[in-house]
Design a protein around this ligand. Structure first.
Ligand SMILES: Cc1cc2nc3c(=O)[nH]c(=O)nc-3n(C[C@H](O)[C@H](O)[C@H](O)COP(=O)(O)OP(=O)(O)OC[C@H]3O[C@@H](n4cnc5c(N)ncnc54)[C@H](O)[C@@H]3O)c2cc1C
Length: 431
């Protein structure tokens, strides 16, 4: 099917209120098509639709759906604010997160509180049940004017030579349809529909980890404002467990080297139980707790795409890359790339190119990724101690900045360089 291409501006949309029905019923051609309705896809679709662009988003699953990745860092608050959904976070009742604490076998670190950063907008953030958070984000994209279809997988991208010209989608009744777009944003997560075709994911050497996780009820939490903190229990240089308090349940997950996971047990339930048994501090909190739901597994999650975009396409969110979950930077990086891609697309759509070249849009995202990477790598070295680095006040500030998701301050850059030097320059960054 070849629809008539139009620009939303030509249709007289302007400002922030428009009907998406007119866009979707009469044509299957858009300014931008977004693949995937996770936080990255929803954020990009909402930002573009709000500016008057004709946007369609296709999501394979029906929402709400389960997703791992439940702890935010406060730097995400700024994106939530720009999107206009920050107030919704408290209305929904997500758990407030004020800090992070690390335990080793010998005991706890001093907690890192986000109130130690300068900007009061980042003195706290939220732990989110992803089914609820992602649903809120997708509803928001729809309310901004994006046409959103769930239960509609993108089968593949449409190509004209090296340019991406749209997508082929499959509807619930199994019928398939071509949908044209000037730009396609691939926000389809780890698998990356376009990413798989047009570029390669390079793994992060040394971070070939696997996660085994589940939700628990009746976990003992710390009193007061610490009740919502993330707690990281470090078992050894290769293995750790997260504890993330959510509404009514607590998320607990082991992360360990893929090569060594079987030393914890032979199946996922046994692996998680035995890992928990290795941390007396965590075990004490689980007296009387019960598992709610199945134990799940994730693997091969640390990588970066070699190329971020091209003529008519760009990768956002996990399709572009993800570092290890240890500092909960996934959603921050996902939303950062979504915002950058949306801004770049807005500029490029104003030009004449039928399928504008998006390559290079993610320079800021890449810089942030490279700042987090040495700290992640350091965590997986045997003799790494937060306490040691924190002795120097500027370095502690740098650590708090990074744990808040702030990568640009002098202190954050300083501590990154310190760690990079300690690790050896060759392992501190990717090529
Ligand atoms: C073990 C683990 C723990 C993590 N913990 C955290 C954490 O605590 N904090 C944090 O910030 N991050 C965490 N993350 C990372 C976080 O989950 C991701 O960074 C985040 O979900 C990325 O959002 P996204 O929108 O790019 O992708 P996703 O959230 O994965 O969304 C992609 C969407 O695309 C859809 N899709 C896929 N294929 C198609 C298709 N063909 N057609 C249409 N739709 C499609 C999927 O159904 C999905 O809804 C963790 C990750 C792992 C692996």
């Amino acid at each position: 099917m070849r629809g008539v291409r139009f620009s939303s501006r030509a249709l007289g949309y302007g400002g922030h209120v428009r009907s998406c029905e007119a866009v979707t019923q009469s044509s299957r051609s858009y300014d931008v098509v977004v693949i995937g309705g996770g936080p990255a896809g929803a954020a990009a679709a909402g930002l573009l639709a709000r500016e008057g662009h004709a946007v369609a988003l296709f999501e394979r699953q029906s929402f709400p759906r389960f997703h791992v990745g439940e702890s935010l860092v406060p730097a995400v608050n700024l994106t939530l604010e720009r999107l206009g959904v920050r107030d919704r976070m408290d209305e929904i009742g997500f758990v407030q997160k004020h800090g992070v604490q690390f335990f080793t076998k010998s005991g706890p670190s001093r907690p890192f509180y986000f109130s130690e950063v300068e900007d009061p907008r980042m003195h706290g953030t939220w732990q989110v049940l992803r089914s609820e958070f992602d649903r809120m984000m997708l509803e928001h994209a729809r309310s901004c004017g994006a046409h959103v279809e769930t239960d509609t997988p993108v089968v593949h991208a449409l190509r004209d030579g090296s340019a991406v010209t749209g997508v082929r989608v499959r509807h619930l009744d199994e019928s398939e349809q071509n949908v044209e777009a000037r730009i396609v944003l691939d926000g389809s997560g780890q698998k990356g529909v376009i990413a798989a075709d047009l570029t390669q994911h390079e793994g992060v050497p040394g971070l070939e980890n696997t996660a085994v996780y589940a939700h628990y009820k009746n976990v003992q939490l710390d009193p007061g404002k610490d009740a919502g903190n993330t707690i990281i229990f470090r078992l050894d240089g290769a293995s750790w467990i997260w504890l993330i308090p959510l509404q009514g349940v607590v998320s607990i997950g082991l992360v360990t080297s893929a090569r060594e996971i079987l030393r914890f047990g032979e199946n996922r339930n046994e692996i998680l139980d035995n890992a928990i048994a290795q941390s007396p501090h965590l075990q004490a909190r689980l007296q009387g707790a019960t598992r709610a739901g199945e134990v799940r597994v994730a693997r091969d999650f640390s990588y970066r795409a070699q190329v971020d975009g091209g003529a008519g396409w760009a990768l956002i969110g996990d399709a572009l890359g993800f570092i290890d979950p240890v500092y909960s930077t996934g959603l921050l990086l996902a939303m950062k790339s979504a915002e950058a891609a949306a801004l770049e697309a807005m500029c490029r759509l104003a030009g004449d190119a039928a399928h504008p070249d998006m390559r290079g849009f993610s320079a800021g995202w890449r810089e942030a990724f490279d700042r987090f990477l040495p700290l992640v790598r350091a965590f997986y070295t045997e003799d790494f101690r937060f306490g040691e680095i924190s002795k120097e006040p500027a370095h502690r500030q740098g650590l708090v900045d990074l744990l808040t998701g702030i990568t640009e301050t002098q202190e954050a850059v300083g501590v990154t360089e310190l760690i990079r030097r300690a690790l050896g320059d060759d392992v501190g960054a990717m090529k």
